[in-house]
Ligand binder design. Structure first.
Ligand SMILES: CC(=O)N[C@H]1[C@@H](OP(=O)(O)OP(=O)(O)OC[C@H]2O[C@@H](n3ccc(=O)[nH]c3=O)[C@H](O)[C@@H]2O)O[C@H](CO)[C@@H](O)[C@@H]1O
Ligand SMILES: C=C(OP(=O)(O)O)C(=O)O
Length: 432
């Protein structure tokens, strides 16, 4: 974190090319924890969530829910209770929304349960413009009056939302989640067509169903929700993080199969495994949730296109680019989801990677090795790509702006240290 007053900046320093071995456990999924936490607004009864990862984004969501009036208690490690008995505010202020775009997930629940919400407009961010027009259009179709003014979304539905037919022009993960939550307490039936199919959407639907919601079709591109009068409390376990799992699969592939990955959600990584297989990397199941990653001979270059689930996730694009940067031959990655998600390329080039970008395509020519350098983390997954690069590069790699990493990876540096990596945090004086 940059601390201007104290004139210091935090960095992560990696001494590369250490042997990594041992086992690592995958945490609960950030992108499931955030909507599941927002869904606790929908009831006045207590909801217990298990397997919540300790992340900056989770803390931001906790702050936001507490601002609204949700009482949150840590029951035991990674287990929290949430209870909204008395509302303090129906607003999501700019200070919190600007820290995390997923704050938009409180809009649907607040509006459907209380008939009003004021949420700061999440601006563009480094990976793309990321508008929320689809969320707003869908809520309008459900009868909400919405205006956007002075950087805030003002949404009103004093007589409640009405079930409606929603067609998303573009598949949107948080858009689908917001509307699914809004529809649970709306009057009548809502059909969401061209819905996102991500496992995190399914996890949210499973939780909502346990709370008494009537939802069908989650995991397909048509979700049908019939509104109910009231939702109740429940206990729900967050699914494992498939993006963290994919990140460790890349690390394990680069370190000769000596790493066992536990709580590995193979069922969500089918397409990623196809790409790995094409490269000559096999994911071998040791038991139900435990895998090792083995290479079969020399790695081969591949072409990857990011696409909505069940295809290749954009959130693993940067990590795979680091892997491909040291695979002999020519690979290509096309980023179809976000228009500006190649900011890690100039940083990887500082480490010696040979990559050229043309629009949405990145052309990667494998080099023999990367060499340690000072780089910056430009967004969350780009920071993971830098960490992977630092682990395989020779010498020292110092990564700045690591608050991005802390947004979405639980204890990545200590997990790596347990595997034998030399990774340490430090502060650099920038006052002079
Ligand atoms: C908290 C969370 O779950 N974040 C994930 C979620 O983000 P998020 O839900 O924000 O991403 P979306 O699925 O909504 O975005 C997909 C595409 O649709 C566009 N779009 C989206 C909404 C809208 O109203 N209008 C619009 O044009 C976006 O700019 C983007 O080009 O899905 C992304 C795509 O898998 C992941 O990278 C993020 O990690
Ligand atoms: C882009 C991501 O997250 P968010 O949507 O929260 O910015 C991510 O998890 O890679």
């Amino acid at each position: 974190m940059i601390n201007i007053e104290e004139g210091v900046i935090e960095y992560l320093e990696i001494e590369g090319q250490r042997e990594l071995k041992g086992s690592v456990k995958i945490s609960g999924a950030k992108n499931a924890a955030l909507p599941d936490m927002a869904a606790t607004i929908l009831t006045d009864e207590t909801v217990i969530l298990e397997n919540i990862p300790y992340l900056l984004d989770v803390s931001t969501m906790k702050d936001l829910l507490e601002h609204i009036g949700v009482q949150i208690e840590e029951k035991e490690n990674s287990v929290f209770s949430f209870s909204l008995k008395e509302v303090k505010s129906l607003q999501a202020p700019y200070e919190l929304v600007s820290k995390m775009r997923a704050s938009i997930l409180v809009l649907g629940p607040l509006l459907t349960r209380f008939g009003y919400a004021k949420v700061a407009l999440p601006g563009g961010c480094s990976i793309g413009t990321r508008p929320v027009d689809l969320h707003l259009k869908a809520l309008q179709k459900m009868g909400a009056r919405i205006k956007v003014e002075h950087g805030y979304i003002y949404a009103e539905a004093p007589y409640g939302l009405k079930g409606s037919y929603i067609y998303f022009d573009k598949k949107s993960v948080t858009g689908t989640e917001n509307i699914m939550m809004a529809a649970t307490l709306a009057e009548g039936q809502t059909v969401i067509d061209n819905a996102a199919r991500e496992p995190e959407v399914v996890d949210l639907a499973n939780m909502l169903k346990k709370m008494g919601a009537d939802i069908k079709g989650e995991g397909t591109d048509r979700i049908i929700i019939t509104g109910v009068k009231k939702l109740k409390g429940t206990k729900h376990r967050i699914i494992p993080d498939r993006i963290e799992a994919g990140t460790f699969a890349v690390i394990a592939a680069l370190f000769e199969g000596n790493i066992v990955i536990e709580e590995y959600p193979s069922e969500y990584l089918g397409y990623v495994h196809t790409i790995l297989r094409d490269m000559g990397i096999n994911v071998i199941k040791l038991s139900e949730n435990q895998v090792i990653i083995k290479k079969s001979g020399r790695l081969k270059p591949v072409n990857i296109q990011t696409k909505e689930y069940p295809y290749f996730p954009t959130d693993l694009q940067a990590q795979f680019m680091t892997l491909l940067s040291v695979v002999e031959g020519r690979s290509k990655i096309t980023e179809n989801i976000f228009e500006n998600r190649f900011m890690h390329v100039p940083e990887l080039k500082r480490l010696g990677a040979d990559i050229t970008v043309n629009g949405r395509d990145a052309f990667i020519k494998g080099v023999k090795k990367l060499s340690g350098a000072q780089v910056k983390a430009t967004d969350l997954r780009a920071s993971a790509a830098m960490v992977i690069a630092g682990l395989i590069a020779d010498g020292k790699t110092r990564i700045y702006n690591i608050y991005h990493l802390d947004r979405g990876y639980e204890n990545l540096d200590s997990k790596l240290r347990l595997l034998g990596a030399s990774v340490k945090r430090g502060f650099e004086d920038i006052s002079s």
